[in-house]
Design a protein around this ligand. Structure first.
Ligand SMILES: Nc1ncnc2c1ncn2[C@@H]1O[C@H](COP(=O)(O)OP(=O)(O)O)[C@@H](O)[C@H]1O
Ligand SMILES: [Mg+2]
Length: 371
C-alpha cells in the first residue's frame, strides 16, 4: 500500500493522470449544469466533488461514466480521449446512490454478473468473486439476497460489484446518503481503508463537507456548475478562495469592509482587525476556533463581546457573539462552571492564523490558478 499524505502529491507527469476533464460543460435547455470544468485526477488519488444540491456533481460524474454526453469539452482516461466512447468501454466502476443491486440475485451472483458480461471463464470468475468478497468481508453472505442485507452490507456488495471488473477509476455518488449517521461514519472509515489498500483512483461525490474533508486527497468545490476551488482539505478549510467556499466548508464569520494602507481592516460597522493584506474593499473570514478568550492571547487586541447564544457540544461550546453590530462565532472549551451564558459579556481576542481575506468573486482565484 502506498502511503501518500493528504495533498502531498508530487507534481505529476501527464501519464500519471488517470482522468482528465478538459473544459467540460453540459447545457440543459439553455442552463449550464456544468460549466467549463477542468480537472486532472492522479493515479491512486481520491478526489471529492463537493457542493450543494444541484451544483452539477452528479452530471460531472455521469459524463465521466459515459451516461451523459457533454455539450462541450473532452474527457481523457489514461490519456485516451473517451468523450465519445460508450460507457461499457471506459473501464469504470460505479456505485450508485441507491446501490442498484439485482434483487433476484444472490450477493455472489450480483458480483459475478459483470464478469459474465465481459465473457470471463467460469473458474476465473469464481476465483475473482471469492477474492473480492473476501476483500470487502462479505464471504459469509455470498448466498444471501440483497433484501436480507443491511444498508451497509448492500453498499459493500455494490462496491464489490464495481471493483470486480478491476476498473481504472471508481466512481461513487453520495454512497452514504441512505444510511443513518452512526453507520455512515463507520462505513466511511471502512471505505476509506479499502480504497487506500487497493490504491484505487476514485472520484467521490458528496454534498457533505465533513465527508469530503475526511476522505479526500483533494476536494473540488462546485457552485452552480462552476469549480470554485480545488485543493487539499487543509487548503480548502484554511485558505478558502471565496465567500462561498468559506461558508460552505465549516463555520465562519464573514465581515465586509475596507483595508487601509497599514493592513488595518475596518468593517462597515466599525470592527477593526489588523491583517497583512493589501488595501481595498475586503471580506474577511474568521473561523470560530481562532476566537479565543483574551486571557489566552494577552498580547493581542481584546474585544468586549456580547453572548447572543451559548450551546454546549461536549468537546467544545459554540458561542454566537456580537462585537458592536458585527457577529462572530467562537468554539472553545471553558473550565467547568465557567461557560458563558446568553446575555453575558466576555473579552475575546482573535488569533491571526484564523483570519483570511477572500476575494468577492471566485473568478479572481480562477484567473490566478490553472486548474
Ligand atoms: N436530465 C436533466 N434535464 C434537465 N436538467 C437537469 C437534468 N439533470 C440535471 N439537471 C439540472 O442540472 C443541474 C445539476 O444537477 P446535478 O448534476 O444532478 O446536481 P448535483 O448532483 O450536484 O445535485 C441541476 O440544476 C439539475 O436540475
Ligand atoms: Mg447528485
Amino acid at each position: 500500500m502506498q502511503n501518500i499524505a493528504k495533498g502531498a502529491f508530487a507534481p505529476a507527469n501527464e501519464q500519471d493522470f488517470v482522468v482528465s476533464f478538459r473544459n467540460i460543460e453540459k447545457i440543459y435547455g439553455g442552463v449550464k449544469a456544468v460549466d467549463a470544468v477542468s480537472l486532472d485526477i492522479r493515479r491512486g488519488e481520491l478526489v471529492c466533488l463537493l457542493g450543494p444540491s444541484g451544483c452539477g456533481k452528479t452530471t460531472t460524474l455521469r459524463m465521466l461514466a459515459g451516461f451523459i454526453d457533454p455539450t462541450g469539452g473532452e474527457i481523457l482516461i489514461e490519456g485516451q480521449n473517451v468523450t465519445r466512447l460508450p460507457a461499457y468501454r471506459r473501464d469504470i466502476g460505479i456505485v450508485f446512490q441507491n446501490y442498484a443491486l439485482f434483487p433476484h440475485m444472490t450477493v455472489a451472483k450480483n458480483v459475478e454478473y459483470g464478469l459474465i458480461s465481459i465473457g470471463m471463464k467460469k473458474a476465473e470468475r469464481q476465483d475473482r468473486v471469492q477474492e473480492i468478497l473476501r476483500r470487502v468481508e462479505l464471504q459469509h453472505l455470498a448466498d444471501r439476497y440483497p433484501r436480507a442485507l443491511s444498508g451497509g452490507q448492500q453498499q459493500r456488495v455494490a462496491l464489490a460489484r464495481a471493483l470486480a471488473l478491476q476498473p481504472k477509476v471508481l466512481l461513487l455518488d453520495e454512497p452514504f446518503s441512505n444510511l443513518d449517521a452512526q453507520l455512515r461514519v463507520r462505513l466511511r472509515e471502512d471505505l476509506h481503508g479499502l480504497i487506500r489498500s487497493l490504491n484505487m483512483t476514485t472520484l467521490f461525490v458528496t454534498h457533505d463537507q465533513e465527508e469530503a474533508l475526511t476522505l479526500a486527497d483533494r476536494i473540488v468545490v462546485m457552485n452552480q456548475g462552476l469549480v470554485e476551488q480545488i485543493g487539499s482539505p487543509e487548503e480548502i478549510y484554511d485558505a478558502p478562495s471565496s465567500r462561498f467556499v468559506a461558508q460552505f466548508i465549516g463555520s465562519c464569520a464573514l465581515l465586509e469592509g475596507n483595508i487601509d494602507g497599514d493592513g488595518q481592516f475596518t468593517s462597515h460597522a466599525g470592527f477593526q482587525l489588523q491583517t497583512s493584506a493589501s488595501p481595498g474593499t475586503a471580506t474577511i473570514v474568521i473561523r470560530p476556533e481562532y476566537v479565543r478568550r483574551s486571557e489566552e492571547l494577552p498580547t493581542l487586541r481584546s474585544y468586549r463581546a456580547h453572548v447572543d447564544a451559548s450551546d454546549y457540544h461536549g468537546h467544545t461550546s459554540r458561542l454566537q457573539l456580537s462585537v458592536g453590530s458585527d457577529k462572530l462565532l467562537m468554539d472553545a472549551r471553558f473550565p467547568v462552571g465557567r461557560k458563558p451564558n446568553q446575555g453575558d459579556l466576555i473579552d475575546v481576542a482573535i488569533d491571526p492564523a484564523g483570519v483570511r481575506v477572500v476575494p468577492q468573486q471566485a473568478q479572481e482565484w480562477r484567473k490566478q490558478n490553472t486548474i
